[in-house]
Structure formats: C-alpha cells, structure tokens
Write a protein that binds this ligand. Structure first.
Ligand SMILES: Cc1ncc(COP(=O)(O)O)c(C=O)c1O
Length: 400
C-alpha cells in the first residue's frame, strides 16, 4: 500500500517549497510594463533584497538560474587571461570554476575536500605567495552537494589581513535568507544568489550584488557583454533596462510577496534563527540514526554544517530504495546525492534533506518521521529515538 496521497512534501535543497501566497501573487494577467504597480514597486524590492544580503551596495537582477548568476558575476569583473583562486568544498565550487575556465579565465583551485570547511590560513598563504596575479578569490558559502558551510566572515578577515587586492566573490545561492550572512561587514565584493531557495520564489531569477571595488573592476573587464552588464540593471534610466529587455513580470510579483514575508513579517534574523532550530532537529535525528552504523551525516562537525541542507551517507544499503520509499509510500521527496561529477548523482551513497525556505516545525518533523519510517520499513539499521531527539531539539529551542 501507499500513504503518499495528500500534500506532497518537497524536501530537496532547492527549489524549495513555494508559499501559496507567493503563487497567488503570481497568478494574474500580464501587467503594464511602462508604468503603474510593477514599475513603482521596484525601488522597495531592490531595498528589500539589499536588506536580506546586508549590503548598502548595488544589486543586478537577471532572468536566469544560479548558473546564469555565476556567469553574470564573472563576466562583469574579469578579462580573458585573468587568474583567480577557487576554494572548493564540494561540487558547486567546482562548477563555478569550470564556468570560469570556459570563459578564458585561468583558475588555481585549493580543494578542501567535501566534509570540512575552507581553512583561512591556507588562503592567506596562497595570497601572500602571489605576486599580484590573482584577481579574485571565489568560494561557496553553503556547498549544497556536501552541505559544508564555510565561515565567510573569517575568510573575509583573512583576505583583508594580507593586503592583497583580490576581489572576494561568494556564492550564496543555497544560503541567502537561511544562514547568517553580512555582505558589507564581512568584506564580500560580489555575492551571487538565486530566487528559488531561501527566497521562496519559483526558479527563474537570480541576483548579483556588487560593492565599489567590483564596480571599479567592471570598467575594464573585457568579458563583459551587453546582456550580462550589471550597470544598467542596477541603475536603469528606464524599467526596460533592468532586464535588458522584457522583465520577468510574474516572478517579480512573486518575489515581492516572498520578500514581504521574509523582510517585513518574519524578519531576516528571525528566519536565520528558524533555520538554525530546524537544522538542529535534522541533526538530532541524524546523529541518533547514525548509532545504527549504516547512516551518517556527511559533515561530522556540527559547527561546519549548513543550516539549509544536510547531506547523509548510507553505506551498504540502497540509497535510491530509501528515496523511492519516501517518495512513493510517504509523499516526501528527498534530494539525490551529488558527487563531484553530476553524472555520478545517483551512485554516491548520498542523499540530502533540504531544510531551506518556507518550512516550519511540522514540515521538518514530518519529513524526519517519514525518513525514519523508511529506514524501518526497508530494514536499514539505525539508532532509535531520532524523532524523539528532533522533537526535543525543537521543544528546548522554542520553549514555553
Ligand atoms: C550553492 C549552489 N551554487 C550554484 C547552484 C546552481 O544553481 P542553478 O541550479 O539554479 O543553476 C546551486 C544549485 O543548487 C547551488 O546550490
């Protein structure tokens, strides 16, 4: 039999579940694109995006996914033949590096593996040994494949301590709105993100935030093309220039509603705190399950785990059978594992629980309980009391 009928739960690390309110805000006829509601709402929408990123600087909007944001950011600051340093803690930093190379920019990569964060001391070493060749340092805040979270504040400080003038460029595609992030205070020059994870909007828009040092580099960047050029997008003379053509009208209405929820109703810091508690519930359950010997969180140290996604390793049992059980018997879709190569996606022994965006206590507890039911149904050894531990984590954090 199956118990999958009813509201399906999407527990993957993006796209995250879109709130009904966001979907309703998008459900309308095509609007006037010359003046009126859509055009008038843009200044506040841009301010709200800056509030989420904790920056006073510029933001450019794109009709694209996260890969588009990667390319947009690169094309605005680099010239062919430039050299950058990539710091990798999983598949997504590798992906950004590949795109960088495809644009004719040379990369050096320091690979920190897939279960621990970037070590700022090694970055300092690399920059101190450099003779002005490295134009930027690229890294990912939360690598969604490994679920390692990097300490961007410490890295920003480390880079500044060297006096090197490399730009600091950070991918917050999986972390913005979920994990604490302070673009200006942490010395980040360029930050890229997408709308479909912490920003709770159906996939299709991305954002590149850039500070004054990056803006100055853009003046001479020869990878810059008319379409990706961030200048008219961030500061348009006419609405039409914001997207170098027709705007993603309905996405903008959806994003407007999502930002109202995140910035004006819940508050960005409260959203970070909610993600921290929900993540702690996932870890409490996972750490108990790990006592059975077959299953364990990919990142051993809680201090280095993402608040938005948890990658789990299953040894000696079929991870796809567990994902299929959760999907077809319980109505919960879990994330596939991603190896270093996307073609390995289903052969890694990994799966992921997404806990980002529009989620609350009952959605996380429901997901965890269904995973535990799947472990039981399939005879996969696991420590008992995972759900009890998750419930306790939530009860203790929330209190009376
Ligand atoms: C950290 C990170 N960077 C980049 C991407 C690529 O984004 P997209 O799939 O929207 O192109 C993702 C997608 O999951 C991601 O999690």
């Amino acid at each position: 039999m199956t118990l999958a009928f009813g509201q399906q739960m999407l527990a993957i690390p993006g796209p995250s579940p879109a709130p009904e309110r966001v979907l309703r805000a998008m459900h309308r006829g095509s609007p006037n694109i010359y003046d009126g509601e859509l055009v008038d709402m843009m200044p506040d929408l841009m301010d709200d995006l800056r509030t989420v990123a904790r920056t006073k600087h510029d933001v450019a909007l794109y009709i694209s996914n996260g890969h588009g944001a990667w390319e947009a950011a690169l094309s605005n600051v680099f010239s062919r033949g430039d050299h950058v340093l990539v710091l990798a803690t999983g598949r997504f930093a590798q992906g950004w590096r590949e795109m960088t190379e495809q644009m004719g920019i040379t990369t050096d990569m320091i690979d920190f593996g897939t279960d621990c964060p970037i070590d700022p001391a090694r970055v300092v070493e690399a920059l101190n040994a450099d003779n002005g060749r490295i134009k930027a340092v690229l890294c990912v805040h939360t690598d969604t494949a490994s679920s390692v979270r990097n300490d961007i504040a410490a890295l920003g400080k480390a880079i500044q301590s060297t006096g090197h003038d490399a730009l600091f460029m950070v991918d917050c595609i999986a972390s913005l709105g979920c994990e604490p992030f302070e673009m200006d205070a942490w010395g980040v020059d360029v930050m890229v993100t997408g709308c479909q994870k912490g920003l709770m909007t159906p996939a299709g828009m991305s954002f590149v935030f850039f500070g004054p040092r990056a803006k100055a580099r853009a003046e001479t960047a020869d990878c810059r093309t008319g379409y990706w050029n961030w200048t008219p997008r961030a500061d348009p003379a006419m609405f039409y220039q914001r997207f170098c053509g027709t705007a993603p009208t309905h996405h903008l209405f959806g994003l407007r509603e999502a930002l109202t929820m995140l910035v004006h109703e819940e508050g960005v810091q409260a959203a970070w705190a909610r993600h921290a508690v929900l993540a702690s519930a996932v870890w409490a359950a996972a750490d108990r399950w790990a006592e059975g010997g077959a299953l364990r969180p990919n990142v051993p140290d809680r201090a280095h785990r993402s608040l938005a996604v948890t990658t789990l390793q299953l040894e000696g049992y079929d991870v796809e059978a567990l994902r299929q059980w959760c999907e077809t018997k319980a109505g919960v879709t879990l994330g596939v594992g991603l190896g270093l190569d996307f073609t390995q996606a289903r052969g890694t022994g990994l799966f992921r629980i997404g806990h980002m965006g529009h989620l609350n206590a009952h959605s996380i507890l429901g997901t965890l309980a269904c995973v535990e039911a799947g472990l039981k149904a399939l005879g996969i050894p696991h420590g008992s009391g995972g759900i009890e531990a998750a419930v306790t984590a939530i009860a203790e954090a929330v209190g009376a």
